[in-house]
Design a protein around this ligand. Sequence first.
Ligand code: F6R
Length: 234
Amino acid sequence: MIVADDYTHLSQLAADHIGRLVKEDPQMLLCAATGGTPTGAYERLAEGSTELFAQMRILKLDEWCGIPGTQDGSCDHYLSRHLLEPLKVTPDRYFRADGDAKDLQAECARMSEALRAEGPIGLCVLGLGMNGHLGFNEPGDRMVPHWHVVELTDSSLAHPMIQGSGASITLGVTTGMQDILDSRQALLLVSGGHKSEAMKRFLTKRVTPQFPASYLWEHPNLTVICDRDAVPSD
Ligand code: F6R
C-alpha cells in the first residue's frame, strides 16, 4: 500500500504503475473503472506518447443500465473521453457491455464469453465505493463470480457520475468478483476524506460479502494507492 501526498501525486503514481505494466506486456487487457478517482491517472497516461498503447486492449469494468453509451454519465462515454480517444484505442481493442441492451442477461453472458476469449485481465484498475462496492459488485450475502446484472443500492445510485443525467437508473452490469480476482494485477485507488470510513473498513482485512472490496485481500498481486486524506485518522 502506497500513501500519496495528495490526489495529484496519487494520479502520477497510478499512471506510472499502469505505464510500467503496459511496457512489460504491450497487449495487456486493462480492465478500467470509471468515476472520479482514476481520472487524473488516465489524464497523465494521455499526456505521453500513444505509441505505448498501440496494442493495449481495454475492458470496461461496469456500466449503468438505461443510459446510452453516447450520453454523458455512462461509463462508455467516460472511457471514450478519458482513455479510448486520447490513447487512440481502436474499437477492435475495446470490450464493453451495452448497459442499454434489451436482454441484459444475454449481454452479461456475451461479456463472460469475451473475457474468456480475451482474458485474463492483465491489470484491473479499481475505485472504492462509499459502501465498499467494487465495480458494481454490491454488498450482499454472497459475491457473484462472473459478469452479471445488479440491482444498485441507494449509495451507488447517489454516485456523482449519474447525477443530472436525467436517466432513471436502477440496474447496473458488472465484471464479477472472481473475474477481478483472476486478474494478474489489481490496482485499487482511493482518494479523499469522504472515503476514509470505507478505507477504515477495508483496512480491517476482514473478508466479507457485506464489503465487497475486502475480497481484494485474496488477490495475489494487489497494489493500493491512496492519498493522505483517505487514510483513516484512528
Ligand atoms: C465505476 C466503478 C465504481 C467506482 C466507485 C468509486 O466504474 O466501478 O466502483 O470505482 O464507485 O467511484 P469514485 O472514484 O467516483 O469515487
